[in-house]
Design a protein around this ligand. Structure first.
Ligand code: GLU
Length: 481
């Protein structure tokens, strides 16, 4: 029988959810779903100093918003819990002690001063295995005397530890280069190095999917699996996402945070789609893909070994594609808060504004900028009316605005067709070109050189009352010239 694939996402609640982290979670999710497996969420919160309040809730929020659903996790018991590391402390201690008994680890009583003394000129120390061969009796005696201790990994000497990474191929390290690192700290907390192994084993993880920063430590983790006599999982390490050619995107620089992009007006599905393609490519090079399509197409072959550069311009474009593919109603619903925000108290036609914005923005956050002109109407430069090709100057404009005003003042069929036809007719009757009246009318009701949409669209947005008021004001300005 084929094993059931189990993957996990193991974020540390040390701040916001960075795009690179989310991509790691996404790939683990896609791999599990593609293979009919299970996807598990584990919170790695043993680093108490780096823990940030609210960060765990942010993990839940982000995954929910991104549409990444897990089968097991802190709030979804699947029989392998607890899924929060700080709730597993007794487990790590028990397994560390067990590993000592099995010969894969040892107690170390070296104090700070001694370790300080081992530092090289760069301030880095490599443990000199001082306590590796203490007698059982001495260890017993010092433990019962209450001496502080850590438990260290007893790395087998001078062998080659290797494994086959699903992305990077064979990775091998000579154990001469591996330190007898700490597994359990003096405060009883495990190090990441130990906790990830114990948890992945006990949670039945078959495929460990994580960033390349762990690629070269994995041979060391594998030695722990071996020492316990546990089966090693498969590994898939993912290259980093870069800010540019030399810098990694990172939490520390405060960039590329999922929730910040949402706040800027990106759609979660567009972000997920974009980051899925950062480091992986489907065989047919498709770009716009739903989560279901990503699941179906996801394969390890498509994962790149080299790092990728985060390109917000590309993500904007993709987001624009998502917006354009929405129905008018869907777009209206999500755009409305942004529109309200942009127009404030003004009584504009929000549906018309949504129609106008639908094909003109890439992200919802562009809306306020695009609409800011609406509330700025006031004293504008009359030179805006000049249009050589259409033979419009201030004199023609004055007539045109007057024609529009008279035509619309007593007119109530305020629809696209209604207003358009009314203006067309009025232009004809006054011997002007309909294009001239439309152009002058657009300037007269917006006071802007360019607007998203022409005279009719602007009139619909402003509604009748404001349209008439602005035509009157503009006519007065043209008359006083
Ligand atoms: N907590 C680790 C991190 O956030 C997870 C590493 C792993 O997936 O094993 O980097």
């Amino acid at each position: 029988m084929k094993e059931t694939i189990r993957t996990r996402f193991a974020p540390s609640p040390t701040g916001f959810m960075h795009i690179g982290n989310l991509r790691t979670g996404l790939y683990a999710y896609l791999f599990a779903r593609k293979n009919g497996g299970k996807f598990i969420l584990r919170i790695e919160d043993t680093d108490r100093e780096r823990k940030v309040d609210g960060a765990v809730e942010m993990v839940y929020r982000t995954l929910a918003s991104a549409g990444i659903t897990y089968d097991e996790g802190p709030d979804k018991d699947g029989g392998y819990g607890p899924y929060i590391q700080t709730e597993r402390m007794h487990i790590y201690k028990e397994y560390a002690e067990k590993l000592v008994e099995m010969g894969g680890a040892y107690y170390c009583f070296c104090d700070k001063e001694r370790l300080e003394g081992l530092k090289d000129e760069n301030g880095v120390h490599t443990y000199d295995k001082h306590c590796r061969n203490l007698s059982k009796e001495e260890v017993e005696r010092r433990l019962s005397a209450g001496e502080p201790y850590v438990i260290r990994q007893k790395v087998p000497e001078n062998i080659v530890s290797e494994y086959e990474d699903m992305v990077f191929g064979k990775i091998s390290v000579n154990t001469a280069d591996i330190e007898d690192g700490v597994l359990l700290k003096s405060d009883g907390l495990p190090t990441y190095n130990f906790a990830n192994v114990v948890d992945d084993h006990l949670m039945g993880i078959t495929h460990v999917i994580r960033g390349t920063e762990y690629l070269s430590s994995t041979p060391k983790y594998n030695l722990i699996y071996d020492a316990f006599g546990w089966e090693r999982p498969h590994y898939m390490h993912l290259p980093p996402i870069m800010k540019d050619a030399t810098r990694k995107l990172s939490k520390r620089f405060g960039d590329a945070n999922f929730e910040d992009f949402i706040a800027k007006g990106y759609l979660p599905e567009a972000i997920v789609n974009y980051i899925a393609l950062l480091g992986w490519c489907p065989k047919d090079n498709r770009e716009k893909m739903s989560m279901q399509e990503l699941i179906e197409a996801f394969d390890t072959d498509g994962i790149s070994k080299s790092s990728s550069i985060f390109d917000e311009t590309k993500m904007r474009w993709l987001n624009g594609e998502y917006l354009k593919s929405m129905s008018e109603e869907e777009f209206y619903t999500i755009a409305l808060p942004w529109i309200k925000n942009a127009v404030g108290e003004a009584d504009f036609d929000e549906r018309e504004l949504a129609k106008l914005m639908h094909t003109r923005v890439d992200i919802l956050g562009d809306i306020p900028e695009k609409l800011s002109f609406l509330n700025k109407f006031g004293n504008y430069d009359l030179a805006l009316y000049n249009h050589q090709k259409m033979k419009i100057d201030a004199e023609v404009a004055k007539r045109a605005v007057e024609v529009a005003l008279i035509a619309l003042k007593g007119f109530d069929n305020w629809t696209e067709d209604g207003v358009k036809e009314r203006i067309r007719r009025a232009a004809e009757e006054s011997g002007m070109k309909s294009g001239q009246v439309m152009f002058a009318m657009r300037v007269a009701i917006t006071g802007e050189p360019v607007t998203p949409g022409g005279a009719i669209e602007m009139a619909l947005v402003l509604k009748k009352g404001e349209t008439i008021r602005r035509l009157e004001q503009s006519l007065a300005m043209l008359q006083q010239r």
